[in-house]
Design a protein around this ligand. Structure first.
Ligand code: ATP
Ligand code: MG
Length: 537
């Protein structure tokens, strides 16, 4: 129970005394006006009840006692006609007033308790609603995060598988295409046999493209990064595709003022090309295709961006390819980035386009966004972190394609005999002098003896025992000026870094053609490795 401060108590005492004096005045006034004990009784009753109700128990009792004393005085001195019964009645009023006071204070307490509970209940309801909303939002976020994780894990697993398949596939393709090229060189041009071999060669190249897409998806493609202008990529792809498309209106809106990103130009071109071809295919009956670039300040609003990377806030450049075609059904949407998922007819689509886009975007530390409305069209947006423009743009097309004979002494190191022999045949056809060994160990022995004569070493990256990078390191200790072309069908990240770092090496992706080998030998002999596209495409 709380105790009242002295000031308040004094205030209450004064109010009670004041009120009681008012009552006394009222009583005298009533008596002189009416001379009726009934009027006095009624007045006393009303006053007591009101005071008791309003003032609660203790104050009520005090008031009533004081009032009764006043009533007694009035009746005793002035109430000649008033009997003792009336006084008794007044005393009864005292008891009723006390009871009334009790009920009044109880009711007031109850009323404030109810009001308090009602407010609390409303607040509780409000909190409950807020909590439900928060739980719903969090559940939705968790579900989306889970879905992204599941999708990323699935993509990672498929990527591993795809990379492995590409490795074996590339080895076989290298042999098939190498011999095709040798045959084409030895057969009479446009003879029946030449045409047959040409067909094999064309199919081989297509398969090579496919494994390249697979590697792009598995993020195992190798390229030397450089500053790339996204606006330029958009221009290049448009000029490439626009001529081959009928009934489609091409539009470009290149608004990115900071269009530079760090990456591989051919990979990026490949990604945009895939999106553009998909947009074209979605508009068989014509439509409008828009390629747009713009800058974007990314804050915490990256939730709807598909990416295996955590996109940190900052400036990004977006490239979107928008079509007014068929759109994508919700069912298909779940699978579009999976390798080999296609809704195009047999032989029309490989289903590798968007899988490659997915791999490329992620290996460039970016993300992508898809907006689609079935029957109305789709927009695919690629998002990359921007970089500062390079001082001098590296020339991306520095291939030196000269058909003249190459006068070089070449050491080939490959554990796969078939590939090594095919390569030897190619090199001999080019005019080179060739030595083939099947392991890193053998290569070291030969190189120790003949390093002064050997101009170029060509090494397979993946070999049992000493791998390509280790062999290269050992050979470089013998001759720090060594010039090496290293190739692989399935290069690993560490190997890629090693090649990209070392200017004495050029990487070549299997399957490769004779022209590509010749190209790289001439290039490395000229002492230049920078700016050279090392993906082999
Ligand atoms: N712009 C688009 N409009 C409608 N559907 C699309 C679009 N882009 C992709 N798709 C759907 O996604 C599927 C997968 O696309 P993806 O590029 O991976 O393979 P593809 O185009 O079928 O084959 P390929 O790229 O080898 O020609 C397509 O078959 C199509 O159903
Ligand atoms: Mg496609």
């Amino acid at each position: 129970m709380k105790t009242l401060p002295a000031k308040k108590l004094l205030f209450r005492f004064l109010v009670i005394t004041g009120l009681s004096l008012v009552y006394a005045g009222l009583l005298f006034f009533t008596y002189y006006k009416t001379h009726s004990s009934t009027a006095i009784g009624l007045c006393s009753f009303l006053f007591n009840i009101i005071v008791a109700w309003r003032w609660g128990q203790l104050a009520g009792v005090l008031m009533v006692v004081l009032n009764t004393v006043w009533t007694g005085i009035v009746l005793h001195y002035f109430g000649k006609g008033v009997d003792v019964g009336t006084f008794m009645g007044v005393s009864m009023q005292m008891a009723i007033a006390i009871l009334t006071g009790m009920v009044g204070s109880l009711t007031r307490k109850l009323r404030s308790e109810i009001a308090f509970r009602l407010t609390a209940e409303n607040k509780l309801k409000e909190y409950q609603n807020q909590l439900e909303e928060m739980v719903q939002k969090r559940t939705e976020e968790l579900r989306a995060a889970n879905e992204r994780l599941r999708q990323a894990e699935k993509m990672e697993a498929i990527g591993q598988l795809a990379g492995g398949v590409a490795h074996d596939f590339n080895n076989q393709l290298t042999i098939i295409m190498g011999y095709c090229e040798l045959l084409l060189n030895s057969l009479e041009k446009d003879s029946a046999s030449w045409n047959f071999v040409k067909q094999i060669d064309v199919s081989g190249r297509r398969s090579g493209d496919l494994t390249r897409q697979l590697l792009a998806f598995a993020r195992k493609g190798v390229y030397k990064s450089q500053t790339v202008d996204i606006n330029k990529i958009a221009n290049e792809v448009t000029s490439l595709v626009s001529r081959s498309v009928k009934n489609v209106e091409f539009n470009m809106d290149l608004r990115a003022e900071k269009p530079f990103i760090w990456g591989g130009p051919s990979q990026l071109q490949n990604a945009v090309l895939n999106l553009t071809l998909n947009a074209r295919d979605a508009m068989e009956n014509g439509g409008k295709l828009t390629i747009e670039t713009k800058n974007l300040e990314l804050g915490a609003d990256a939730a709807d961006i598909i990416s295996d990377n955590k996109l940190s806030p900052g400036t990004y450049v977006c490239l979107s390819v928008k079509d007014t075609g068929t759109g994508i059904s919700p069912d298909a949407m779940k699978h579009i980035f999976e390798p080999f998922f296609t809704t195009k007819g047999e032989g029309k689509g490989t289903g590798m386009g968007l899988a490659a886009v997915y791999g490329i975007v992620n290996s460039h530390k970016g993300g992508l966004k898809v907006e689609t409305s079935p029957g109305k069209g789709s927009t695919f947006t690629l998002i990359f972190p921007v970089t500062e423009p390079a001082n001098q743009g590296l020339n991306t097309d520095t291939r030196l394609l000269k058909k003249k004979k190459i006068d070089a002494d070449v050491l080939v190191v490959d554990d796969e005999q078939d590939v090594a022999v095919m390569l030897k045949n190619m090199l001999i056809t080019m005019g080179c002098k060739v030595t083939v060994v099947y392991s890193g160990k053998e290569a070291i022995e030969i190189y120790k003896k003949r390093w002064k004569e050997i101009n170029v070493t060509i090494i397979d990256m993946v070999m049992p025992g000493m791998n390509g990078a280790e062999t290269f390191k050992a050979l470089k200790q013998i001759n720090p000026e060594i010039k090496t072309i290293i190739y692989s069908g399935y290069p690993q990240k560490n190997d890629i870094d090693r090649v990209v770092e070392d200017s004495a090496m050029i990487f070549l992706q299997k399957p490769f053609t004779m022209t590509e080998i010749a190209d790289r030998i001439q290039h490395i002999l000229s002492g230049k490795t920078e700016g050279f596209l090392v993906t082999g495409n």
